[in-house]
Design a protein around this ligand. Structure first.
Ligand code: C2E
Ligand code: CA
Ligand code: CA
Ligand code: CA
Length: 279
């Protein structure tokens, strides 16, 4: 309101000050985290809609802060993106996951697709292709096992260099998935400029799929479109069997969510896959 008194002004300023302070604190802590082994990775399996076999895993970063405990990636990825730290996080996540999966003998046998989340900044600059190449050269075999998940927003932020880097990785077999699909504003013609093999339906559409007609229609449309473009569709955030039934019935290829498996560490993943194989 116009009549906001001096008190209100002060409140605003101090709140903003605290907010900015918290962010710079978090940034400093994140730099320390990268140097001090506080980051780790977890894996969430993805399942074939019809056969209930594991088709791949998505790698997700975790931060165990020494004082504040677990901090969600939703709280620090954006700050890392805005401050040039995200490429270091991407490097860490890729190397760590490839190393762990390989050490446990899971690559190419039990796990045939490993999806990494990448950001717009991962595609900026001359070195970005070399960076991906250096990380992926840790693989004991070919690169077609790797998939990069990027959001529409990230793709559009830097379309030319994103396309250039993706195309060169594509030549080495790397797959591309469009994450959080439906939440951005990209046009189909834009998307067609990128070498995309997979669409991930955002969990905000999956949530009410069995009860909300509009969401149901929207998901049907995404599935029809993906089919026309010969893309695979993965639904994320599947929590109930009603959601799963709907998605399977409508022809969604793969499902991911708490209904099937939560993100887990490498030891747990090895056990999970072993049990699945013997059952
Ligand atoms: P995302 O890529 O959309 O990942 C899906 C998020 O949903 C993950 O949260 C996952 O743990 C969570 N999830 C999986 N199944 C379910 C479910 O059935 N129900 C619900 N409610 N949630 C589910 P997480 O791990 O906290 O990651 C949050 C976001 O942070 C990710 O969203 C991604 O955008 C970003 N992120 C995570 N790891 C990385 C990374 O290594 N690099 C980058 N650049 N971003 C990352
Ligand atoms: Ca993702
Ligand atoms: Ca997503
Ligand atoms: Ca998301």
């Amino acid at each position: 309101a116009k009549s906001a008194g001096p008190n209100q002004q002060r409140t605003y300023k101090s709140t903003y000050g605290e907010f900015a302070n918290q962010r710079s604190r978090l940034l400093l802590d994140l730099k320390a985290a990268l140097a001090n082994d506080q980051l780790s990775v977890v894996y969430q399996p993805q399942f074939d809609a019809s056969k209930h076999t594991v088709t791949g895993v998505e790698v997700l970063v975790r931060w165990q802060h020494p004082q504040q405990g677990f901090i969600s990636p939703d709280q620090f990825i954006q700050i890392a993106e805005q401050n040039g730290l995200i490429t270091e996080i991407t490097d860490f996540v890729m190397r760590q996951a490839i190393g762990e999966l390989n050490d446990h003998g899971l690559l190419y046998h039990d796990v045939t697709r490993v999806s990494f989340n990448v950001s717009a900044a991962d595609f900026i600059g001359e070195r970005s292709r070399e960076r991906f190449a250096r990380n992926l050269s840790q693989l004991p075999g070919d690169w077609s096992i790797v998939q990069l998940e990027l959001t529409e927003t990230a793709a559009l932020l830097n379309l030319d260099s994103v396309r250039r880097v993706l195309q060169s990785l594509r030549e080495r077999g790397v797959q591309v998935s469009l994450d959080d699909f439906g939440t951005g504003y990209s046009s189909l013609s834009t998307l067609r400029q990128l070498p995309i093999q997979e669409l991930k339906i955002d969990q905000s559409f999956v949530r009410d799929i069995a009860t909300n007609m509009n969401d149901a229609k929207l998901v049907r449309t995404i599935l029809a479109m993906a089919k026309a473009l010969h893309m695979r569709v993965v639904a994320e955030g599947v929590e109930t069997s009603a959601q799963a039934s709907f998605l399977i019935h409508e022809g969604c290829h793969e499902l991911q969510g708490y209904l099937y498996a939560k993100p887990m560490g490498i030891m747990q993943l090895a056990t999970f896959l072993r049990n699945l194989r013997s059952s």
